[in-house]
Design a protein around this ligand. Structure first.
Ligand code: HMG
Ligand code: MG
Length: 309
């Protein structure tokens, strides 16, 4: 790391904001699933270890999906076998169906996430199912996982716009999300898969749910709105925010999706607002700079670029 002019933002508490936010780090899954090359499992393990060292307590590790659909994560079993579990750190994985659940259980996973779509087209492209069929696929996954004592999160993708269908009605997001929560999921993450949301829309979608207590937000940064959208969600009372170290990310089945909100950019804003998060920014930046070297290109995160020199 080289010298930098400003290492920390000034802190000014905003009104009506949470005291603490849980950062749900998705770099190892959402980030690496979209790399053109397959990252070696040893590098993935070191990445996860360094992220845990930096203070992140929820590290989405990989996906138990079909290896032909996402070859970048075909090493899920190897990854789990090599993972050093730590006290106080959770390593959720994506699971779309019962085959994925069998694999996850065999690997000793305790926390899973199913991932639904708010739109018909993306359900088809990402899951090879119709919108209705996706629920039939998820139901036995959630019920078996709960019987096994696993924690289950649900994602809804395309909550704020879809590259094939265009505008997505908030009521449609609420309807899909409510069905997933009603299956027994403990949390619902609202995904802006292609990064088109704007803050007013975020308020409208969140405001359609009866409570924010079980909601999380998952913004991609395609149009540079991810941080503004996050602030809007925090003002609505959301306290779990998904982000990816260094801004890695995308979705292989949604071409216009670019990286997630960078965890460093999120941490900088949370520090400035006096919101606790438990992450050491220097250690995180060093990890993303290290990962950028492994991937052979600079991190898109503005904070990583400003601090790593
Ligand atoms: P399918 O082809 O319809 O599967 O794919 P199927 O049920 O017809 O089974 C066909 C064969 O695949 C069978 O094998 C199954 O055993 C096997 P055969 O009997 O023919 O030998 N199979 C599996 N093998 C390993 N693991 C599995 C599995 N399932 C079936 N889990 C499927 C359906 C859902 C599996 C496929 O569409 C898939 O894997 N999709 C995953 C796509 C994906 O991972 N996308 C990225 C994650 S979502 C995302 O990034 C968005 C998010 O970040 C939020 C946001 O940004 O909005 C979460
Ligand atoms: Mg995503």
């Amino acid at each position: 790391m080289t010298a930098r002019s400003v290492g920390l933002p000034s802190t000014v508490r905003g009104d009506g904001l949470p005291e603490r936010v849980t950062i749900w780090e998705v770099g190892a899954r959402d980030g690496l699933q979209n790399e053109s090359s397959v990252v070696d499992v040893a590098v993935k393990l070191e990445f996860l270890d360094r992220l845990a060292d930096a203070g992140l307590s929820v590290l989405e590790a990989t996906s138990f999906v079909h290896p032909k659909w996402v070859p970048q994560l075909a090493d899920a079993e190897q990854l789990l076998a090599g993972l050093k579990q730590r006290e106080g750190v959770s390593y959720p994985v994506l699971v779309p169906n019962e085959r994925g659940l069998d694999r996850a259980l065999a690997a000793g996973v305790r926390h899973i996430a199913i991932f639904g779509s708010a739109t018909e087209t993306f359900a088809n492209k990402n899951l090879n199912r119709t919108l209705d069929e996706q629920f039939a696929m998820f139901e036995p996954v959630v019920s078996r996982a709960r019987t096994e004592g696993l924690d289950v999160r649900a994602y809804v993708s395309m909550c704020f716009g879809d590259p094939w269908e265009g505008h997505v009605e908030p009521a449609q997001v609420v309807s899909v999300g409510t069905r997933l929560l009603d299956m027994g999921c403990s949390q619902l993450s609202l995904g802006d898969t292609i990064g088109v949301a704007t803050p007013g829309q975020v308020e409208a979608v969140i405001g359609g749910f009866p409570t924010v207590d079980n909601l999380a937000v998952h913004f991609h940064d395609t149009y540079g709105q991810a941080l503004s959208n996050t602030l809007a969600a925090l003002r609505c009372g959301v306290t779990t925010v998904d982000s990816s170290a260094g801004g890695l990310g995308g979705c292989p089945y949604a071409e216009s999706a670019t990286g997630n909100l960078a965890t460093e950019d999120l941490v900088w804003m949370l520090d400035g607002l006096g919101i606790q998060h438990g992450v050491n920014l220097d250690a995180l930046v060093a990890t993303s700079a290290w990962m950028a070297e492994r991937l052979g290109r600079p991190s898109p995160s503005r904070v990583v670029r400003a601090l790593a020199g």
